[in-house]
Design a protein around this ligand. Structure first.
Ligand SMILES: Cc1cc2nc3c(=O)[nH]c(=O)nc-3n(C[C@H](O)[C@H](O)[C@H](O)COP(=O)(O)O)c2cc1C
Length: 316
C-alpha cells in the first residue's frame, strides 16, 4: 500500500476531508489541522507550493485499522506478530519514488509547515530518516527537521537512539535518506524500537507489502512508494534547533543539533507532501501504539492481560 491508495481508502470510507481553498503552510495550515483533529485531510491548494499536502492520516486507531485491514482492538496482535516475525522486504529496480530526480536541490519548494508562532521556523514532522549503522545495519526513525535554507536542515537526534548512535560511530558524514509521504504501516514500523539489528522495514513488510529500492546517490534503501526522498548526509556540524512545540504540547528547549545537507531529491510526479501536527493525536498514537505490545508482554507474565490501550491524555 502507498500513501495514495490509503488516501483512496479514506475517501471511500468517508473519513477524508478535502480542503480546496488556498491554505498557507506558515501558521494557517497547522491551525486547520488542529481544528479538524482526528480526520485525514487533503489540502489541494497550498500557498507558495506546487505540492498538495496531506495530514492526519494516522490520527485515529480506526485509520490504522483501515491501513492494516483489522479492527482497532486487533492492532496489538498485528504489531506483536510483526515484531516477532519480521520479513525481509523485496528489493525492486525502479520505483515511483524516483520518477523525478533533482540534483539541483531546492528544499524551499517543499511546503514545510511553521506550526506555532514561537517555533524556530518551518519544520518537516512526518519525515522518516533511513541510515545504515556500521554494526547493526539499516535503521529508520522519525526526526523533526528545521529547514535552514534550500539545501540544509537541522535534525533533532535524541541521544542514544539509532541515528544519534550511528553518527557517533563515524568521523565522516553519515549518509541519510529522508522519506516524506509514507503510508501508515511504514510510519508505524518506523516508530517502533526493535533491537538494533532488526530493520524496521522488515517489520513494515510483515505488516503489509513494503518493496524497497536503492537510493540514487547514497548506499541506502528506502520504501519504493515514498512521495519524496531527500538524499544527503548528517554532518558533525551543529547549529541551534528549536524552540519547537513537541509531543507534550509545550515548547522544547533549544539545543545544538547536527546539520543535514541534501544533495539530491527524488520524488513521484506531483509528489504529495505529508504533514503531522506535533503534539496532536497522530503524534501521540505513533508514540504510544508501538509500546502496547511491549506492555502486553510484560503484564502477561504476571496476569491474564487482554489488551493494552495507551490513551493520549498522558501524551501517550
Ligand atoms: C511523530 C514522531 C516524531 C518523532 N520525532 C523524533 C525526533 O525529532 N527525534 C528523535 O530522535 N526521535 C523522534 N521520534 C522517536 C523515534 O522515531 C522513535 O523513538 C524511533 O523508534 C527510534 O528508533 P531507534 O530507537 O531505532 O532509533 C519521533 C517519533 C514520532 C512518532
Amino acid at each position: 500500500m502507498d500513501l495514495r491508495s490509503f488516501l483512496a481508502l479514506t475517501e471511500t470510507s468517508g473519513d477524508l476531508l478535502t480542503i480546496g481553498r488556498p491554505v498557507d503552510p506558515r501558521l494557517e495550515m497547522a491551525r486547520v489541522i488542529a481544528a479538524l483533529e482526528g480526520r485525514p485531510l487533503k489540502f489541494s491548494s497550498v500557498t507558495g507550493s506546487a505540492h498538495q499536502v496531506v495530514a492526519g492520516l494516522c490520527s485515529g486507531r480506526g485509520l490504522f485499522g483501515l491501513a492494516l485491514g483489522c479492527r482497532p482492538d486487533e492492532l496489538l496482535t498485528q504489531m506483536a506478530k510483526a515484531l516477532a516475525d519480521p520479513v525481509t522486504p523485496p528489493l525492486v529496480e525502479g520505483a515511483v519514488c524516483q520518477e523525478v530526480v533533482e540534483t539541483q536541490v531546492d528544499l524551499l519548494a517543499l511546503p514545510f509547515l511553521t506550526h506555532w508562532p514561537g517555533d524556530a521556523g518551518p519544520y518537516a514532522t512526518a519525515a522518516v530518516a533511513f541510515i545504515n549503522d556500521p554494526d547493526s545495519g539499516p535503521s529508520a526513525a522519525f526526526h523533526r527537521l528545521l529547514r535552514l535554507d534550500g539545501r540544509r536542515m537541522v535534525a533533532r537526534l535524541v541521544e542514544g537512539r539509532g541515528t544519534h548512535t550511528a553518527l557517533g560511530k563515524t568521523a565522516e558524514d553519515l549518509p541519510v535518506a529522508i522519506c516524506i509521504g509514507l503510508p501508515p504501516h511504514i510510519l508505524l514500523a518506523a516508530a517502533m524500537s526493535p533491537s538494533p539489528e532488526v530493520d524496521e522495514m522488515a517489520i513494515a513488510q510483515a505488516l503489509a507489502p513494503t518493496p524497497i529500492v536503492r537510493c540514487r546517490t547514497v548506499p541506502l534503501h528506502v520504501p519504493a512508494v515514498a512521495e519524496f526522498v531527500l538524499e544527503g548526509r548528517v554532518t558533525h556540524r551543529s547549529v541551534a534547533e528549536g524552540p519547537f512545540v513537541d509531543l507534550t504540547e509545550t515548547y522544547d528547549v533549544v539545543r545544538q543539533q547536527p546539520v543535514i545537507e541534501i544533495d539530491c531529491i527524488t520524488r513521484r510526479q506531483d509528489a504529495i507532501y505529508q504533514a503531522l501536527l506535533p503534539g496532536g493525536l497522530e503524534h501521540k498514537l505513533l508514540m504510544g501504539l508501538p509500546r502496547e505490545p511491549t506492555i502486553h508482554a510484560a503484564v502477561s507474565q504476571v496476569c491474564d492481560c487482554r489488551n493494552v490501550h495507551i490513551t493520549p491524555g498522558g501524551a501517550s
